[in-house]
Ligand binder design. Structure first.
Ligand code: PMP
Ligand code: GLN
Length: 378
């Protein structure tokens, strides 16, 4: 049978985690914590396992969970979201992204993607017959405003924005959000997909400016979230989409035939837990982990690139090696015993001579220490 993607490789996360296991390396590649989700949440899930009916959830998600999510956004951003018509529970953010892209992208449509970008966007766009138009972010990972404006054509259907940004940890400023709002006003045919999976993970007292809080964007955006990230439980694969009523109606047409509904007892448990969820506990923990990694590596020739949020810290390794980042990370995992992510895989056209790798610091101190010990003589 003909392959739909003859040249598409296996995702870097599967590749690096498999190599880490094979070579007994410390795995700082794929973005997942090696500490447990909150104990209260685990107890709550256990109670629901014991009492739940264990049958299908309603197609858009349990009403109680959608209400808890709307309430959480009201608490954090003082915004009203209608849980019945504007929230859909998904199998993680990956399925949410896929459902939104499948809903909006028609054959021949162009989608602007800001590189480096999360690896699932472009394959989903291409599967729908669309074209990913890659615009590199500026060298400090801020929005390249002129280039974005120039790239918008009558065929541009969608602009995908990831904030906080994976892999750089960059958070969009008020001026950048204002630019996007003006872009929406000036281009009535343009729709936005905001990937805000790291919405809670913001450091140094900064604030995440959610697209939902900007009326012009909210009218024309789908926003995607993941409980995996906010609850230290990436294996649960539960997320959600916030979009206005007409867009949600269309997204659900796709969602119902992609998965129909998501794990029901987990939804019931999350609905009960969310009113007690305090993101500041997670933020304090992860900020300390980021700082600890920076301290541990300060004696090496890895040069940190500032990170403001997410699980990730980029490092420039050009003083250590001339290898390109794919070869460098393959060498590191095999010979040094530390698995990292080469960021060139997040581009269609990676910048020449960029020597940058991504560390995931959502790890226990012992894990970071072990990695640093292995890296200290580089
Ligand atoms: N978007 C970004 C930017 C991510 O880093 C990830 C990975 N966690 C996802 C989407 C997918 O999230 P999930 O694991 O909930 O599918
Ligand atoms: N989002 C995670 C990362 O960036 C990985 C998700 C996955 O494995 N697909 O590392």
């Amino acid at each position: 049978f003909p392959s739909k993607f003859p040249t598409l490789a296996t995702t870097i996360f599967a590749k690096m985690s498999a190599m880490a296991a094979e070579h007994g390396a410390v795995n700082l590649s794929q973005g997942f914590p090696d500490f447990r989700p909150p104990q209260e949440l685990l107890k709550c899930i256990q109670r629901h396992i014991d009492s739940h009916t264990h049958q299908y959830a309603p197609m858009p998600g349990l009403p109680t969970l959608r209400q808890s999510i709307a309430e959480m956004h009201r608490r954090t951003h003082n915004i009203q979201i209608d849980p019945d018509t504007e929230i859909t529970i998904t199998a993680g953010a990956t399925q949410a992204l896929f459902a939104v892209i499948a809903t909006l992208v028609h054959p021949g449509d162009e989608v602007i993607v800001l590189a480096p970008s999360y690896d699932s966007y472009v394959p989903a766009i291409e599967l729908m017959g669309g074209k990913g138009v890659e615009i590199p972010l500026s060298s400090d990972f801020s929005l390249p405003t002129l280039e974005i404006q120039k790239a918008i054509s009558p065929k541009t259907r969608l602009l995908i924005v990831n904030n906080p940004h994976n892999p750089s940890g960059k958070i969009l400023s008020a001026a950048e959000m204002h630019f996007l709002e003006n872009l929406a006003k000036a281009n009535p045919h343009l729709i936005f997909l905001f990937d805000e999976v790291y919405q809670h993970i913001v450091f140094d007292g900064l604030r995440h400016l959610s697209a939902i809080t900007y009326p012009e964007l909210r009218k024309r955006a789908a926003c995607v979230y993941s409980f995996g990230k906010s609850l230290n439980a990436t294996g649960w694969k539960i997320g959600y989409i916030v979009a206005n009523e007409p867009l949600t109606r269309e997204i659900r047409k796709i969602h119902q035939y992609e998965v129909f509904a998501v794990n029901s007892f987990m939804q019931a448990a999350l609905a009960e837990y969310l009113p007690d969820f305090d993101p500041s506990v997670l933020v304090t923990h992860l900020q300390a982990a980021r700082n600890y990694l920076q301290t541990l590596l300060s004696e090496t020739r890895f040069k940190p690139i500032s990170t403001q949020g997410s699980y990730f810290q980029l490092y420039d390794y050009s003083e250590i090696s001339d290898l390109d980042d794919v070869l460098f990370t393959e060498w590191l995992v095999k010979e040094v015993g530390v698995a990292l992510i080469p960021i060139s895989v997040f581009y269609k056209n990676p910048p020449k001579n960029q020597r940058i790798v991504r560390f995931c610091f959502a790890k226990r101190n012992e894990t970071l220490q072990l990695a640093a010990q292995r890296l200290k003589n580089l």
